[in-house]
Design a protein around this ligand. Structure first.
Ligand code: FES
Length: 155
């Protein structure tokens, strides 16, 4: 862990120490700061709190909201539901994978983007649909994806 991340960890520990539900709250805040919980972060957390690594890992792996694998700062999803597929979702996904240099389910090495394929998002009429950082983009194609990714990378 980098020094800045260790400082964030110390700050979060101070925030909740002694409170009931301390560990889960701490893990959620840490995830908010670092986007995911690494093995290294779990070891540091154990060292600083005295909570065994096995207990931290058990709690972290129980909650779906906590990710034990890298998650990018920006989350991009392409809907692969039937209605979106009929309208070209595969081309949209291929273009997005190619632009980011990763496959769906992966995170870029610089931890900027995580790309996922999802099932119907409930807005089939505007398919193909791409979601970037919680913003829905309908009738998306390769050029939409290029524009969106460029825009959020610049933020
Ligand atoms: S299939 Fe994509 S929104 Fe329904």
């Amino acid at each position: 862990m980098e020094t800045a991340d260790k400082e964030k960890l110390d700050e979060i520990i101070k925030r909740y120490q002694g409170e009931e539900g301390f560990l889960i709250q701490l893990l959620l805040d840490l995830q908010n700061e670092l986007h995911w919980i690494s093995k290294e972060a779990i070891k540091e957390l154990s060292l600083r709190t005295g909570i065994p690594v096995s207990r931290i890992f058990r709690v972290a792996s129980f909650y779906k909201a906590i990710s034990l694998s890298p998650v990018g700062r920006h989350k991009v999803s392409v809907c692969m539901g039937t209605a979106c597929q009929v309208r070209g979702a595969q081309r949209l996904l291929d273009a997005t994978e190619s632009r980011l240099g990763i496959k769906a389910g992966q995170t870029t090495k610089d931890l900027n983007f995580t790309l996922n394929r999802v099932n119907c998002l409930g807005c089939c009429a505007i398919g193909p649909v791409m979601v970037a950082d919680d913003t829905y983009h309908g009738r998306a194609d390769a050029s939409t994806a290029e524009k969106i990714l460029k825009q959020i990378a610049a933020d």
